[in-house]
Design a protein around this ligand. Structure first.
Ligand code: FEO
Length: 403
């Protein structure tokens, strides 16, 4: 017996929880798992909105059968073709061969890329604003390109005012009993939601804001995303979070210090900065060794706090290798609206600090708040004084923004 859950009289959550997969997109750790949300509307015509990852296809089909009880499945709406939502399409089409797939013109190209022998006669191509009547329910569609792929769209149930929002407003973390925002403690999910946002759609802030603006005119009673919590009580909480993250607006005062070190001297420098930050009244300070903590967590905290201080040992005249991946990702995301401090260590001809400076030059939305400090081996008393200056400058900047 596996549960499904009614949202309204004829609309059901039929998602699945994945507690087995180690890494989302094969690189982002999932210690709290992930939910693949799908929805079924059991009207005169029946319809599901997206499917689930292939790994949970068996349970998913059980859930559909549990509601339809032999009734035909008429439509499968494909809001998004990323395999965490489309991986079960083949299985569902095999079980419900009469079902027609609904998507936009880009969706069709992607279906054919994933399912080369797909029969195009099964496809109904819709465009923005088209309507689909299921009997009591009428659905319409809006395009939200790059939230999270080019073909991404959302479906809106005009009858019950439900926005099936696709990856927008989603989160990592399985749904452990409660599925609605008023059934769970949001603080359990908040960090995982930010980690999901910053790592999955962090690059597409403008597109997320466009989508929020476009959907802002709708009367929305329920937000039903493709991952994580369904919203019906405090809808503004999730919309405000996503709007802030998409505009790179920090949540609170604090500093992330992240470093790459071979033998520990760069780590020592990080501790000097952190102590001075605390001495100057900054309470939220997170120090991360880039070699140990998965970068998705570091990125999530960089989204949370306004202060960022990066330190690198020189390695083969460049930035410490593990740190390079993090800097590459932040550059790719166009990180902005952050104060930045820079430090590092060298013995031959440097490269670590130089590399971080080049990173800062490539991101005009970062404000470097003090001269970079580059020690040679053990930080000298003069190095320590300069490191403390970075901390003082950062604390001053942050405190000047206090209300
Ligand atoms: Fe949840 Fe972009 O797929």
């Amino acid at each position: 017996m596996h549960y499904h859950a009614p949202i309204t009289e004829k609309v059901f959550w039929i998602g699945t929880n994945d507690r087995k997969t180690e890494r989302f997109e094969n690189y982002l750790p999932l210690p709290q798992g992930v939910a693949y949300n799908s929805y079924l509307i059991n009207d005169e015509k029946t319809c599901i909105i997206d499917t689930v990852d292939f790994s949970t296809a068996g349970l998913f089909i059980e859930k559909i059968n549990g509601i339809l009880k032999g009734k035909a499945l008429n439509y499968i709406i494909v809001n998004h073709m990323e395999p965490d939502h489309s991986g079960s399409l083949g299985e569902v089409m095999a079980h419900f061969p009469e079902a027609k797939l609904i998507g936009n013109v880009i969706t069709l190209k992607m279906i054919k890329a994933f399912i080369p022998d797909f029969d195009e006669a099964k496809f109904i191509c819709i465009k923005e604003g088209d309507k689909l009547s299921l009997g009591h329910h009428t659905l319409t569609f809006a395009m939200v390109p790059m939230v999270h792929w080019p073909e991404s769209m959302v479906t809106y149930d005009i009858t019950d005012k439900i926005l099936f929002s696709n990856d927008a407003f989603g989160s990592f973390g399985t749904l452990d009993g409660g599925i609605f925002d008023d059934e769970i403690n949001f603080s359990f999910y908040e960090d995982e939601m930010r980690r999901y946002y910053s790592n999955i759609v962090g690059k597409y802030g403008p597109q997320v804001l466009n989508a929020i603006n476009k959907l802002g005119g709708l009367e929305i009673k329920y937000i039903c995303p493709s991952h994580g919590i369904l919203w019906r009580k405090d809808i503004s909480v999730v919309i405000n979070h996503f709007a802030n993250w998409a505009s790179f607006t920090p949540e609170e005062e604090g500093v992330v210090i992240v470093y790459g070190t071979l033998y520990g001297t760069t780590a020592k420098m990080a501790n000097v900065i952190a102590r001075e930050l605390a001495w100057n009244g900054i309470k939220n300070i997170k120090i991360y060794d880039a070699s140990k903590t998965d970068h998705s967590y570091i990125i999530s905290d960089i989204w949370k706090y306004k202060g960022l201080i990066i330190g690198s040992a020189a390695h083969n005249n460049d930035v410490y290798p593990v740190l390079q991946g993090l800097l590459h990702k932040l550059k790719n995301y166009g990180l902005k609206n952050r104060y930045l401090g820079i430090f590092g260590n060298m013995l031959w001809s440097g490269g670590g600090v130089r590399g971080i400076q080049a990173f800062a030059d490539a991101l005009p939305g970062l404000e470097v708040i003090a001269d970079a400090v580059e020690a040679k081996g053990e930080p000298t008393p003069d190095d320590q004084r300069k490191l403390e200056n970075i901390a003082k400058a950062m604390a001053e900047k942050l405190k000047s923004e206090r209300q």
